[in-house]
Design a protein around this ligand. Structure first.
Ligand SMILES: *Cc1c(COP(=O)(O)O)cnc(C)c1O
Length: 417
């Protein structure tokens, strides 16, 4: 806070554009933290939220239920893998992650194996900012202050070459070794399938996810997929796990679920998990009740968002976005670029040092682009309705920054020699 300049004040949004009070108009390259997939101020979503508001804006989901919650649960069960049949609503991705972890621990308690209470997760993973989510996340800037409060989690490195990497034997060997030594105390393996987003947009091979599935089965460890960021088309499939054709015991959805209109999330479990919580009293029951779980406005918006996604063939739109990013990224070639990573509507450029991004956000803002790099990674995750020319403009500004920085560096290197 000490070093911040005042933020631009937003007046309104429309499509992929953010309008500021001072008259400037920005192209949003990151969908407001990856949630606003249909763009801002969407007429159908606006109409839906008004319609639902005129019926009921909120009612508790304890002891009562309502049509938007029932219909959304049914829809989520329909579009997710066959084995996932039970939905628990909460108000944010982090809470939905907590819910999944609590479910995993209590599943083993209910089965009489309380010693299975630890978690396995991935280096570079990010699962939210609440306490247990921090424990299983690998992000030192976010968790450093809480080192003494957090207990130690087991982290594994996913293969890190590319989506197409074939030889992942070393990573599988470590995974198998870890599971064979520790499985009797591990409740679950939680991971972001295929793309680790906040941890720097690292993309790993679906073969690894297949191996994780197989070995978790073999060693009796539950599998949790956190698709809060990757869900709803972001990686080119409706869900990232579909690249590997595997399903988890518990799936977490958030962010794009409600198209950026309201905070809501879902934790979806298999019948195997669900059945273990059935009993005659509260002993086995899952005791968690977020006040705004299943909020009718959020559920109505989520349903409408999925309807728009299906009706307008969004997966084709996303393929087109991927093609444009690939084409526009391909000439980028600089000594400051370490790697380019593209999958679906995600494009990331990792630089060799984050110092080469000092001033970049302001540079882009002055050229009407809203973008926020993470560490040494410039990334774009545009709304799926973005126009081709808008997307090209975003990438042009990135290219311009890279070429200016590249020539500055070359000049100063020349001076040195
Ligand atoms: C954003 C994110 C979360 C946390 O969601 P919030 O709604 O911000 O609490 C959890 N997991 C992943 C993979 C995320 O990207």
């Amino acid at each position: 806070m000490k070093n911040l300049t005042p933020f631009p004040i937003v007046k309104k949004g429309k499509g992929a554009l953010i309008y500021l009070n001072d008259g400037r108009i920005l192209i949003d390259s990151i969908s407001s933290w990856w949630s606003v997939i249909h763009g801002y101020n969407h007429p159908e979503l606006n109409a839906e939220i008004k319609k639902q508001t005129n019926k009921i804006a909120h009612v508790m989901l304890g002891g009562l239920t309502h049509e938007p919650a029932i219909k959304l649960a049914e829809k989520l069960i329909q579009i997710t893998p066959k084995s996932l049949n039970h939905v628990f609503f909460s108000d944010s991705g982090s809470v939905a992650v907590e819910v999944s972890l609590k479910m995993a621990v209590q599943y083993w308690v209910n089965l009489g194996l309380p010693e299975k209470n630890k978690f396995l997760s991935l280096k570079n993973g990010y699962h939210g900012d609440t306490f247990k989510a921090m424990e299983i996340s690998d992000d030192s800037d976010f968790v450093k202050a809480f080192d003494r409060v957090l207990s130690k989690n087991l982290f594994l490195s996913p293969p890190n070459e590319s989506f197409n990497q074939k030889n992942i034997d070393a990573e599988i060997e470590i995974l198998e070794d870890t599971l064979s030594k520790n499985h009797h105390e591990i409740a679950a393996f939680i991971l972001e399938p295929i793309v680790q987003c906040a941890g720097g947009f690292k993309i790993y091979s679906p073969l690894y996810l297949k191996a994780v599935k197989k070995l978790c089965n073999q060693y009796n460890v539950l599998l949790i997929f956190d698709e809060v960021a990757t869900g709803f088309g972001r990686t080119g499939k409706l869900f990232a796990m579909q690249h590997a054709k595997v399903s988890p015991d518990i799936l977490i959805l958030g962010k794009a679920l409600t198209a950026g209109y309201l905070g809501h999330a879902a934790t979806i479990a298999s019948s195997k998990i669900y059945n273990s919580f059935l009993g005659n009293g509260y002993e086995k029951a899952f005791m968690h009740g977020p006040t705004f779980m299943g909020n009718p406005l959020a559920c109505a918006i989520a349903l409408k968002s999925i309807e728009i996604f299906e009706k307008n063939n969004y997966l084709i739109k996303i393929k087109k976005i991927e093609k444009i990013i690939k084409k526009e990224f391909s000439p980028i070639n600089s000594i400051i670029v370490k790697e380019k990573r593209i999958l679906g509507a995600i494009g990331a450029i990792e630089l060799i040092d984050k110092k080469f991004l000092i001033g970049f956000q302001e540079f882009a803002l002055n050229k009407s682009i809203w973008i926020r790099p993470i560490g040494s990674v410039i990334y774009i995750m545009p709304p799926y309705i973005i126009k081709k020319q808008q997307l090209i403009k975003i990438i042009e500004v990135i290219k311009l920054w890279i070429s200016i920085t590249d020539s500055k560096l070359k000049k100063s290197n020349k001076k040195l020699t």
